[in-house]
Design a protein around this ligand. Structure first.
Ligand code: NCD
Ligand code: ZN
Length: 345
C-alpha cells in the first residue's frame, strides 16, 4: 500500500516570485504548493512603499491560476530613507505583512538596501511598537569577511546589538545556514524565529564545488560545511516552534546562472514540499513536518492556521532536468533526481 501523509496546507514564509514573464512562469508552482507566501520585495526597482506593494500584489494575484486559493503576503523593502509612517500605514492597512532588511550589496537587487541599521532606527522602533515582523537577510557585506563567515559575523556585529537595543522587535532570521545561526535563534527570546530552505537541509558546500563548479547549487547565503547542514536538520526536525518553512525559491534564467558571473538563487518552488519531506523522513520526523510547514510560521506571524489539507504520497516523483517556460529555461532544485514523496493534486 502507498504510504500517504495528510497535513494542514503549508505556507512559504520566504519566496521570490519576480515580475513580468518570470512571475507568470513561476507563481503557479508556489500557488500549487502553498496557501500563502511572504513575497520578497527585491524587484528592480524594489517594492519600497504601499502603492508599489499594492500594485505588485495585484500582478501576483493575476498571475496565479484561477481557483488556486493563494494569498500573497507583501513585504516592504527597507532603504536608508524608508519613512516609518509609510511602514506603519502599510501594516495597518493590511498591505504589508512584514518588512525586509537587506544589508546593501548582500544579494540580488540589494543595492538600495540599508547601509547601516542606525539609519532605520525609527522604522524599527515603529515595527517593535506595532508588532510587525522584520525579515532579515543576515549577512555582513564587508570585503574583509569571508563569504562562509558572513552570517556568523552578522549575528555578532548587527543582530545581537540590534535585539539588545530593541528587545521587543519580532525578527525572522531568513534562510538560516549556520550552526551559529541555529544557536542564536534558539537562545534568543520568543520574538526571534528563523526560516530554513530545502537546499540548506540537503546540500553542503561540496555540492557546489566538488567535481566541477555547480551553479545551480549556488545561492545566498551560500551553503556551508557539513556540520552546519546537520545543525539545520536538527533545528528543522527537532520540534522547536522557532523554525519554519521558507523556501527562498529564487528563479534565474538558466543562462544567467551558467555564466562567467552566475546569479545566486535556487529555484525550488515546483518540488519544495517533496524536498522537505525527504529530509523529515530521513530524520524519522515525519510526524513533525506539519508543525514546521504549516503551524509554526502562522503562529509566529500571528495569522490564522490554514484549514484545508494537502496530501503527499510516497510513490516517487521525478524532477525534470529543466523547465522550459516562455520567460526562460529554469533548472529546478533536484533536477534529474527522483524524490520519494509527491504532492497529490
Ligand atoms: C535571492 C534572489 O535571487 O533574489 N537569491 C538567493 O540566492 N537566495 C536573493 C536572496 O534571498 O538572497
Ligand atoms: Zn531570498
Amino acid at each position: 500500500m502507498t504510504k500517504t501523509l495528510t497535513i494542514r496546507r503549508p505556507d512559504d514564509w520566504h519566496v521570490h516570485l519576480r515580475d513580468g514573464a518570470m512571475l507568470e512562469a513561476v507563481a503557479r508552482h508556489t500557488a500549487r504548493q502553498f496557501a500563502r507566501a511572504i513575497v520578497m520585495p527585491n524587484l528592480s526597482p524594489p517594492v519600497t512603499n504601499v502603492e508599489l506593494a499594492k500594485a505588485y500584489r495585484e500582478r501576483i494575484v493575476a498571475a496565479v491560476p484561477e481557483g488556486a486559493g493563494f494569498t500573497p503576503l507583501m513585504t516592504c523593502y527597507l532603504t536608508d530613507n524608508t519613512d516609518p509612517e509609510e511602514v506603519r500605514r502599510g501594516f495597518e492597512e493590511g498591505v504589508f505583512t512584514a518588512a525586509k532588511l537587506y544589508p546593501a550589496g548582500a544579494t540580488t537587487n540589494s543595492d538600495s538596501g540599508v547601509t547601516d541599521v542606525a539609519n532605520i532606527r525609527g522604522v524599527l522602533e515603529v515595527m517593535a511598537e506595532i508588532g510587525m515582523v522584520l525579515c532579515v537577510h543576515g549577512e555582513v557585506t564587508s570585503a574583509d569577511v569571508d563569504v562562509f563567515d558572513r552570517e556568523a559575523v552578522f549575528i555578532e556585529r548587527i543582530l545581537a546589538p540590534l535585539l539588545k537595543d530593541l528587545p521587543q522587535l519580532k525578527v525572522v532570521f531568513e534562510h538560516l545556514t549556520s550552526e551559529e545561526g541555529v544557536q542564536f535563534v534558539e537562545s534568543a527570546g520568543v520574538n526571534v524565529a528563523a526560516t530554513i530552505t530545502p537546499q540548506h537541509l540537503h546540500i553542503n558546500r561540496n555540492a557546489m564545488l566538488v567535481g566541477g563548479m555547480r551553479p545551480h547549487a549556488y545561492c545566498l547565503p551560500v551553503a556551508k560545511r557539513e556540520k552546519h547542514r546537520l545543525a539545520l536538520r536538527r533545528a528543522a526536525t527537532g520540534g522547536s516552534a522557532k523554525f519554519f518553512l521558507g523556501t527562498d525559491s529564487a528563479p534565474h534564467a538558466r543562462e544567467a546562472k551558467e555564466s562567467d558571473c552566475g546569479c545566486a538563487g535556487i529555484f525550488n518552488a515546483p518540488f519544495a514540499l517533496e524536498s522537505y519531506c525527504a529530509v523529515f523522513e530521513a530524520e524519522n520526523a515525519l510526524d513533525r513536518f506539519e508543525s514546521f510547514a504549516s503551524e509554526n510560521g502562522p503562529k509566529f506571524y500571528g495569522l490564522p492556521l490554514n484549514e484545508d489539507r494537502i496530501t503527499l504520497e510516497r510513490n516517487g516523483c521525478e524532477v525534470p532536468g529543466v523547465l522550459e517556460t516562455p520567460a526562460a529555461d529554469l533548472v529546478p532544485f533536484h533536477a534529474g533526481e527522483t524524490l520519494q514523496w509527491r504532492l497529490v493534486d
